[in-house]
Design a protein around this ligand. Sequence first.
Ligand SMILES: Nc1ncnc2c1ncn2[C@@H]1O[C@H](COP(=O)(O)OP(=O)(O)OP(=O)(O)O)[C@@H](O)[C@H]1O
Length: 453
Amino acid sequence: MPTKPDTDAATVAMDKRAEDPVEPETLVEIENLEVHFGLRGGLLSRMTGRGAGAVKAVDGVNLTLRKGEVLGLVGESGSGKTTLGRTLLGLNSPTSGAIRYRGEDIAQYGERQLRPLRRKLQMVFQDPHASLNPAMDIRTAVGHPLIIHNLVQDEADYEAKVVDALERVGLTPPERYLTKYPSDLSGGQKQRAVLARAIIAEPELLVADEPISMLDMSVRAKILQLMLDLKRDLDLTYVYVTHDLASAKFFCDNIAIMYLGRIVEYGPTEEVFADPKHPYTKALLAAIPEPDPNKAVPRDLPRGEIPDAARPPLGCSFHPRCPVALAGCGWEARDLRALLERRWLEMPVEEYAKEKALFADLTALGEPEVTRLSIAPGRGHTQEEVLEYLRNLREEGSAAQPREPFWSGVVAMQAEGGHVVLEFEQSRDPRLRLLPETGVQVACHLYDGTGDE
Ligand SMILES: Nc1ncnc2c1ncn2[C@@H]1O[C@H](COP(=O)(O)OP(=O)(O)OP(=O)(O)O)[C@@H](O)[C@H]1O
């Protein structure tokens, strides 16, 4: 355990850093990282995600983490942030890609090769209650990594290191906590004990997965402040996994906004909050609850739910929910089905039944990646009736305020051989691009010169 920096030495060190124009060193570099979980097949294919049908939990992520940085991985549930954080530490095996830790690619390391690194790479989980063994006293729990990594000479050394760790996390006087059990501690105190255990083996990188979300409101800010103090004193680097943008704003230097396994926006926290670029980031920010109840307005994320990661939308995964999606954002048959379902949900039953009867079979509309759709009219209906119905919908949607973006993706709609055929604009996958003079990278056709606006 490094000794606590005395104030003068720490001030000198900080002044030196302020003068030093050199970029902090790169600690971790992630390149084209993919983590897929297989849905079918044997255990091996499920674990590796190489079998048929896979959830692309992480789908081609590139990131650089510099020493001393706090990087936030932010997104709704299922966006892949936990999987990315765990994979960084070797707790999930990547399907492909590189994770270079101090230049050494550890992506395909087995347990034996990872063992010496485990000490340097630690994880703090969401639930402090579940993270601590109820049968272990704090002395044993916090000191456990010292034993695993063989870092103590004798009992006195062990005790001194545990006491020091408890002091650092504010469990003072430490002697009072050594013999306590997790059940004797409050939620905040338990998370402090978890942090003491995480730092005791002198790690370099901590991945903290929603470390405050299960704690009482009153202690959340204190735990984050403690983590910042520990970072400063122990020269740590953090990856902070959260769905809570307000805490990310306070805590992170940079944030990566994730959606369905991909980073859609990445940049300095200040920049991203001041001027969010991606429509998803804008929606997330608009959904942050207003602390002042007088100013509070109902804020919702855009229509629809997060899609099934095993059958992600074509093109930009966010396009079905995006209020400003363009023609080339990945429109497909499933989007017509979603549009009809949204419409029918708001209708009286008889009208809904009348409209639904125009279609012989709606299941074809549920298939992914169908960009040329042939719709059979329902019994007793003609192709002309179906075509007219869809044309009316298009007119309504295009005149609506805000306009229904789906129709911009329909490039042809005509009757053909007893069916109505719909063709969609070819989809393009948006890639992260650096926006000049902002330091922000965004993956969105609105910014890559291919949009039609
Ligand atoms: N071990 C696993 N086996 C199969 N699928 C998994 C596994 N772990 C995660 N997934 C899937 O991968 C996707 C990403 O999950 P992940 O937990 O990383 O997202 P998240 O953004 O952290 O969400 P949450 O906040 O709910 O934890 C989800 O669709 C999830 O169901």
